[in-house]
Design a protein around this ligand. Structure first.
Ligand code: GUN
Length: 309
């Protein structure tokens, strides 16, 4: 059994700043993963192998998948990219999933979403064997996660947990307010932080678009996880002094002064909120940096059969 050594973030390096630095963490974790691959090779073990299925020409999906494949290559994982045109039928895609499920060389795989409208994403997601579902999207993984059993956790919550651990952010007994209730961010984040574990043991409130008075909740929060998808939605008047802010949002806003004509902002009004926060994730450079490494961490777990033995 190879142990996965965690390099601790040296908090003193960041003492002057209250930034939860996703970029540095991602570099550290990639290095650890690359070292794990070297060790696997030295011991004659099987190299972790991730496959990705990309359907159609969606520009954002192409970038994401390219990133995932390149990241595998950089750390020494094997990767396989299966590309299909947007006119692939649901049955053809199901056949690809079935093949990947059966392929013993492939430890884990993902089907990049969104899929074209004529394909039922739920059916495809359900067809992926939970043992290979390194995205953590299958309800079996969600259910196992919710019961505190070993499970693949989706990339964003997984990255946030890693960030909380490596910065030694205290969560026990804290008031956590998660804004957003999606199946892959808000809901799992809320469940995980309420669990009897570290990170966890928090008192969690999940807020959403129908919450009556959002500020009333966010102003109480010791920790806010903002996963709303609305630019700079959480403003300084909505948070208390000393709050820890984890901003999951990545939104494009028009900016004629920027080279591309837009800039990226989070769900949090960064400058004003940062002035009150004890810790805050920047956008870009925060949580978003950890999503691909989370997938790679899950792939390593899959190859070691850590979740399903
Ligand atoms: N589309 C956007 N993010 C993701 C992701 O993390 N996994 C998959 N499969 N599709 C996505």
């Amino acid at each position: 059994m190879i142990t996965f050594v965690h390099f601790e973030v040296k908090t003193e390096n960041y003492q002057d700043m209250n930034i939860l630095d996703g970029r540095t963490l991602a570099v550290d974790i990639r290095r650890e993963l690359a070292e794990a691959v070297v060790e696997i090779k030295e011991n004659g073990g099987k190299i972790p192998h991730l496959a990705a299925v990309l359907v159609g020409e969606d520009p954002a999906s192409q970038v994401y998948v390219r990133n995932k494949v390149r990241s595998c290559e950089k750390i020494g994982f094997k990767s396989t990219l299966i590309r299909k045109t947007a006119d692939v039928t649901e049955d053809q895609l199901m056949a690809i999933v079935a093949e990947l499920n059966e392929d013993d060389d492939i430890d884990g795989f993902i089907v990049q979403l969104p899929l074209p409208d004529h394909i039922d994403e739920k059916r495809v997601t359900l067809a992926i064997r939970p043992e290979k579902d390194v995205d953590g999207f299958h309800p079996v993984n969600f259910g196992r996660m919710a019961q505190g059993l070993p499970a693949y956790i989706p990339a964003t919550p997984n990255g946030i947990l890693e960030m909380i651990k490596r910065y030694h952010i205290d969560t026990a007994g804290k008031e956590v307010v998660v804004v957003g209730r999606s199946n892959i961010v808000g809901m799992p984040m809320g469940i995980l932080l309420a669990q009897k574990a570290y990170p966890g043991n928090a008192t969690v409130t999940i807020c959403h678009s129908r919450t009556a008075d959002l500020s009333e909740h966010t102003r109480r929060a010791d920790i806010i996880v903002a996963a709303i998808g609305r630019p700079e939605f959480i403003t300084a008047d909505m948070v208390k002094e000393g709050v820890v802010v984890i901003d999951v949002g990545i939104n494009r806003v028009d900016d004629p002064s920027a080279e591309r004509g837009y800039r990226l902002v989070g769900d949090v009004d960064y400058n004003d909120v940062a002035a009150k926060a004890s810790w805050i994730t920047p956008v870009p450079g925060g949580v978003g940096q950890l999503t691909v490494v989370s997938l790679l961490m899950n792939t390593l777990k899959a190859s070691r059969k850590e979740i399903y033995s």
